[in-house]
Design a protein around this ligand. Structure first.
Ligand code: SF4
Length: 241
């Protein structure tokens, strides 16, 4: 399998125009249904947020015109914004390797607000994390990553294949969303494409940082989150043993 560093170089070399072509081919317009911000069935919402994005959201001004969520005013506590990604955590204990956006009592993203007619909105839209800015798209590089589960649509980038037959240039993938297939302007496609490239690079930088900073820790009945800055407690403070 290709190293993370090699994959990062490939991400840095992605052509925004080519990503935008793929997005235009698939088509997308947000219908503000809120599906990507809410819990699904009985599963709470999970969306990856990077440590620097958590800090930005701690200070982000909130737009909450009808008070439909209980978002505290900025500056917020780390726990108001993020929670340990539950994968790897059992019975409230374990090591995990990502932060997820905090959820409310319904399991929806803590920043999600909904008007009475069911129209959804993000109360920190201008500061939302890259994963929100780019949903429902992801980039797969050389078939080595499967971010966000199985895609419902995919457009290959270029027609180069490597010795294994994998598409060397990668692909833009689309994930379940009722807004797919709608016409998108070139300007919007390019904006989305630039964010998609930034996210691909950021995800790989974070993965390399986590790998390099990781030291096994016995959480002693609690939760430890290993991110690119080291080991942290669920309140975002440094884990000092
Ligand atoms: S931060 Fe905003 S866009 Fe992202 S999941 Fe929460 S409400 Fe939705």
């Amino acid at each position: 399998m290709e190293s993370l560093e090699a994959e990062l170089e490939r991400a840095r070399g992605l052509e925004v125009a080519e990503l935008a072509d793929a997005i235009e081919t698939i088509g997308f317009e947000c219908t503000r249904c809120g599906a990507c911000c809410k819990s699904e069935a009985d599963d709470p919402h999970t969306a990856t947020v990077f440590p620097d994005e958590v800090r930005a959201l701690q200070d982000a001004p909130s737009r909450d015109p009808d008070g439909s969520n209980d978002l505290p005013d900025a500056p917020r506590e780390w726990r108001d914004v993020a929670r340990p990604m539950p994968y790897g955590v059992e019975d409230g204990a374990g090591e995990t390797f990502e932060w997820a956006l905090q959820t409310d009592a319904c399991g929806d993203c803590t920043f999600y607000e909904e008007s009475e007619d069911g129209t959804g909105a993000c109360s920190v839209h201008a500061d939302r994390p890259l994963i929100c800015e780019t949903y429902p798209f992801s980039v797969a590089l050389g078939g080595t990553s499967q971010p966000m589960g199985e895609p419902v649509d995919s457009v290959a980038l270029g027609d180069r294949t490597d010795a294994t037959g994998d598409d060397e240039a990668g692909a833009v993938r689309a994930h379940e969303c009722e807004g797919l297939g709608r016409e998108i302007s070139r300007e919007d496609a390019e904006e989305l494409a630039a964010a998609l490239k930034a996210r691909a690079v950021r995800e790989l930088r974070e993965a390399i940082g986590v790998r390099d900073a990781y030291e096994p820790i016995d959480p002693d009945g609690g939760v430890v989150v290993h991110d690119s800055e080291g080991a942290k407690r669920p309140d975002g403070s440094t884990y000092d043993g």
